[in-house]
Each structure stands twice: as structure tokens, then as C-alpha cells.
Design a protein around this ligand. Structure first.
Ligand SMILES: *Cc1c(COP(=O)(O)O)cnc(C)c1O
Length: 378
């Protein structure tokens, strides 16, 4: 049996006639860059996230960058975030002119440890970016309480968390602003690049609308320096079609994650993801921890199962950030996660047989590699 890490064809094939019809409508109207399809999608996505504003942009990295700029982050500032994330979280901070300051993650949730935030705050700190890693929401309430005491902004990196909910509140509805990515492999994926910022704040929304469109307030009237960061009409039309399916897709991801959990419950060699206490994850990725990760990854490949690594190198140890001076050992929980993580295939269209085959292949691979049982660092 072959189990791919992702199968976008399986998701798009049933939607093909509807997608082609949507492209016809975009062609008819020529609303290619911004325009009515983007406006309609913004309206629907804002409603989905329980916020008053969603602003469609070119990708998730732009969404993070624009959110920081709109909240006044700039040169000389520091922004606190985690290093267990995709590079873009920190990159946006750097491109905004500020400096990322990394704190460690919680051993259970793999999201920002709120207990470490306070001691990372300096007079230069302007904002905090918690990352809803793998689809599980960070403890935004505790982080927001700290932010309020120190007058800091909170930007949720919700690029993996479309549809995640914490105590009734969707990802993207809690911070001052949140960034979403619609990269094709995300829970809600475009057919190319796209992203969005969500916010309850009208001032932030207005600022981002300017930033994504060259600082324009009226045609050829530029009130500020912005950028070309618009969402395009074809992507918005596709996203509008896909959004009504998102809850059902996330539900299918949850079922597969629960099946993995059940099938691996007798396997002392792995740590499976902890279920969130008060909320529901978007189940973007199913990430285990185990010893001998690289050998098991290869052995899984030989059994026809493609696994992933999210992420093999923590951001603070990337060569691109050597000037920040972080050394190995600075963020032990993050580093251990990066050394031991293995992502099993998790997408809505997986079959029960594929999930069962993957779990069986994992146990066989672990036995073949003679892996030691996993013991947590902390
Ligand atoms: C995907 C992702 C991004 C970047 O989104 P793009 O649309 O690829 O620019 C940022 N942060 C996280 C956590 C992501 O997973």
C-alpha cells in the first residue's frame, strides 16, 4: 500500500465542476487582483472566525508582516515568539525591522509557554506572536493577560489553525490580529498562494487594507508606504467554494487522529499528541515524538508511507539567524521536539485502511530500527 503525505487531487476532484464554474465567473468579470470575489470571501471568512474584519492578502507571510506593521512594530522593537514554527513567523518580524526574541514551548501543547514570556519582556518589546502549532491553539488568554499588563500587541499565527476553537472562540478571534495562510497544503488551501489577516479592530483592518495596496486611500493617492500584497480573484473564488467544506474536513482529520491515537496506544516507543483540554484542534498535523527518528522516517518510506518533519531545525538555530547568537541548549524543549518529531500522513481523504496500514508500518519500522522507548526531557 502507498500512503502519501498529502493528496490534493483527492480533495479537488469532487469540486472540479464547481471550481471550473467559479473560474468562468472570474473570467467573465475580470476581477483578478482584489475585487468582488475577494470581498465576498473576506466577508465569509470573517464570519467563520467570529470577527468583524478579514483582509485578503497574498500569503500567510504577508499576513504576519502586515499585522505587525499595522500594530506599529518597526525598527528597534522586539517581538516575542517561539522557535518551534515555520521560518515565516520570525521572518515577518525581521522584515518589519524588529528583532525576534524566542521563548521555549510547553512540553505538552508544543505552543508558547506563557510562564516564560514575562522574563523575555524588555523596554523594547512591542508584540507577542503565539503560534497555534500543528492546529492546536496556544494559551492566548494567559498570553493576552501578560500583554495587557505590559501594553503589548498580540498577533496569533493561525496559519495552521483554520477552524480550531478554544472555549467557543475560533482561532483568529482572540488577539489584536491573526494571520492565516491558504497555502495549498493548509487545512483551507487555495490553488496557489493566498493569506488573510483577521481582526476585531477597525483601525488595524483599515491600516492593513492600505498596506496591501501600496498605501492607497483612493486611486493614485498614496497616504503611506505599503506594498503589493493583494489576494487574487481566482484564489478567492476557489476559497469561497472550499470554505463550506472546512468543518467537515477538519472533522475527518479529527477522526483519523483519534484512530492513530487508538492504534498507537500500546506503543511505548512514541509520544502521541496530547488532546487539548478546553478546545478543539484543527488537526493540521499529527506529530509524534520518538527516538531514532531519521531511521524510522526512512523505514516508513521503504514501507510506502511518506512522513514529514515539522520542523527538523528550530528557527533560533537556523544559519539565517546566526547573528542573534542563540546556541544549542537555549530552548531545550523546542530543540528536543525538532530532534524527535515525526509527522504521520493526516488529510481528510485518508482511508481507514491507510490509517491502519500507517500505524502498523510505524510499529514494524520501530522494531526494525531497534528504537529505545521515548523519555521526555523535562
Ligand atoms: C504556512 C505558515 C506560514 C506562512 O504562510 P505562507 O502562506 O506560506 O506564507 C506562517 N506560519 C506558519 C506557522 C505556517 O504554517
Amino acid at each position: 500500500m502507498q500512503v502519501p503525505f498529502l493528496n490534493l487531487r483527492a480533495q479537488h476532484d469532487p469540486l472540479r465542476p464547481a471550481l471550473l464554474n467559479a473560474f468562468e465567473q472570474v473570467l467573465e468579470s475580470s476581477a483578478f487582483a482584489g475585487g468582488k470575489f475577494v470581498e465576498q470571501f473576506e466577508h465569509e471568512f470573517a464570519e467563520f472566525c467570529h470577527v468583524s474584519h478579514a483582509i485578503g492578502v497574498g500569503n500567510g507571510t504577508d499576513a504576519l508582516w502586515f499585522a505587525l506593521l499595522a500594530l506599529g512594530v518597526g525598527p528597534g522593537d522586539e517581538v516575542i515568539t517561539t522557535a518551534a514554527t515555520f521560518m515565516a513567523t520570525a521572518e515577518a518580524i525581521t522584515v518589519a525591522g524588529a528583532t525576534p526574541v524566542f521563548v521555549d514551548i510547553d512540553e505538552d501543547s508544543y505552543t508558547m509557554d506563557p510562564a516564560q514570556v514575562e522574563s523575555a519582556i524588555t523596554p523594547r518589546t512591542r508584540a507577542i506572536i503565539p503560534v497555534h502549532l500543528y492546529g492546536r491553539m496556544a494559551d492566548v488568554d494567559r498570553i493576552a493577560a501578560i500583554a495587557r499588563r505590559h501594553n503589548l500587541a498580540v498577533v496569533e499565527d493561525a496559519c495552521q489553525a483554520h477552524g480550531a476553537v478554544d472555549q467557543g472562540r475560533p482561532a483568529g478571534s482572540i488577539g489584536d490580529a491573526a494571520a492565516f495562510s491558504f497555502y495549498p497544503g493548509k487545512n483551507l488551501g487555495a490553488l496557489g498562494e493566498a493569506g488573510a489577516v483577521t481582526t476585531r479592530r477597525s483601525d488595524v483592518a483599515a491600516r492593513i487594507r492600505q498596506l496591501r495596496d501600496h498605501g492607497q486611500v483612493a486611486r493614485y493617492r498614496h497616504a503611506s508606504i505599503g506594498w503589493n500584497g493583494r489576494m487574487d480573484g481566482i484564489q478567492a473564488a476557489a476559497l469561497r467554494l472550499k470554505l463550506p467544506n472546512l468543518s467537515r474536513w477538519n472533522e475527518a482529520r479529527r477522526r483519523h487522529a483519534e484512530a492513530y491515537e487508538r492504534l498507537l496506544s500500546d506503543c511505548e516507543h512514541v509520544v502521541t499528541p496530547r488532546a487539548p483540554g478546553q478546545g478543539c484542534s484543527s488537526h493540521h498535523l499529527y506529530v509524534l515524538r520518538l527516538n531514532g527518528r531519521d531511521r524510522v522516517l526512512d523505514a516508513m518510506g521503504r514501507r510506502g508511507v511518506t512522513c514529514g518533519l515539522h520542523y527538523p531545525v528550530p528557527v533560533h538555530l537556523q544559519p539565517a539567524y546566526s547573528q542573534l547568537g542563540y546556541k544549542r541548549g537555549a530552548l531545550p524543549v523546542t530543540e528536543n521536539l525538532c530532534d524527535t518529531c515525526l509527522s504521520l500522513p493526516l488529510f481528510p481523504e485518508l482511508t481507514t485502511e491507510q490509517v491502519e496500514y500507517t500505524a502498523t508500518a510505524l510499529k514494524a519500522s520501530i522494531a526494525e530500527c531497534g528504537v529505545r522507548p521515548f523519555v521526555a526531557v523535562a
